[in-house]
Design a protein around this ligand. Sequence first.
Ligand SMILES: Cc1cc2nc3c(=O)[nH]c(=O)nc-3n(C[C@H](O)[C@H](O)[C@H](O)COP(=O)(O)OP(=O)(O)OC[C@H]3O[C@@H](n4cnc5c(N)ncnc54)[C@H](O)[C@@H]3O)c2cc1C
Length: 310
Amino acid sequence: MSKQRKCLIVGAGMAGLTAARVLRERDWDVTVLDKGRGVGGRMATRRLGDARLDHGAQFFTVREAAFREVVHEWEQRGWVRVWFEESGHQRYCAEQGLNGLAKRLAEGLDVRSGTLVTRVEAAGHGWKTVTEAGEELCGDALILTAPAPQTLTLLDGCGAELHGKLRAIEYDPCFALLLTGEGASLVPAPGFVRPPSGIVSWIGDNVQKGITAGKGFALTVHATAEFTRLHFDSESEAVAEMLEEAASPWFAGRVSDRQLHRWRYSQPLKVCEKRCLVTGSLVVGGDAWGGPRIEGAFLSGLAAAAAIAG
Ligand SMILES: Cc1cc2nc3c(=O)[nH]c(=O)nc-3n(C[C@H](O)[C@H](O)[C@H](O)COP(=O)(O)OP(=O)(O)OC[C@H]3O[C@@H](n4cnc5c(N)ncnc54)[C@H](O)[C@@H]3O)c2cc1C
């Protein structure tokens, strides 16, 4: 009987979880390592008081048949539903917020959250990951799905060509401000606004979206990349104040709670031509390879698993 092959995956976002699910179906032994407290990466949902708010990605779209097929399955299971339609594309949200979908996808997988990988290196015919706590894991194959600058730090001495490709990938940063209060949301149906000018690029109403119960308002405010770049290292209170002021036409009443999050790597500015980069049993993927969105991360995860398992 042949030995079950082992794959290590860094990153439990959409790309890493997709690759893990496919490999597990093909009878690989898979371990996913993520530095975050939970799974999902940029599919992030937070609680603020009683409210639940998506603070990373706000929705996802479907363009390719492979993604359409799984989204259809998720829809049948009640995990996702159409939030609204725009320019001929349906925008999907998830029942418990987008992080809820990531949790569903992680069910039954060996995911080790709170595990920062600090180094990867070739070991025999496979690969070894070393964590911040000094734990070493070995696998026949390794898939890296973190944003490119984070992957780069893991790959010290792993080839100039790979380094060059990763270094060329840049991301927009994004401040996300979460606001809750007892007044009313003035965001029009179906629950989002993209202010045409100013420092705010998006306001999402999580109550109209249907991921949180309906007393008061629960808004996600995204800053423009320009504003975020300019103020990335500024003090949180000052940034939150400016963004709250800019979002104030879209709610009535007092803000009871607010929280600011800094996404250093929000969305890649340029996407690589291939869906993943394969160097023997090492595969680099993520949304910078498949496309700067959730669907892109899914497609990259799929391609990464195919590169490993054939
Ligand atoms: C503010 C914002 C708004 C967005 N809006 C949309 C939208 O509306 N629609 C859309 O489709 N997409 C949107 N996106 C983009 C979308 O979220 C991403 O394209 C997608 O989620 C990327 O998935 P991924 O698996 O490639 O990466 P990630 O989700 O970033 O997953 C990578 C994981 O790697 C982990 N990691 C990194 N380094 C290490 C390490 N050294 N050790 C262990 N773990 C590590 C991270 O913790 C993370 O969980 C948005 C993103 C942001 C931030």
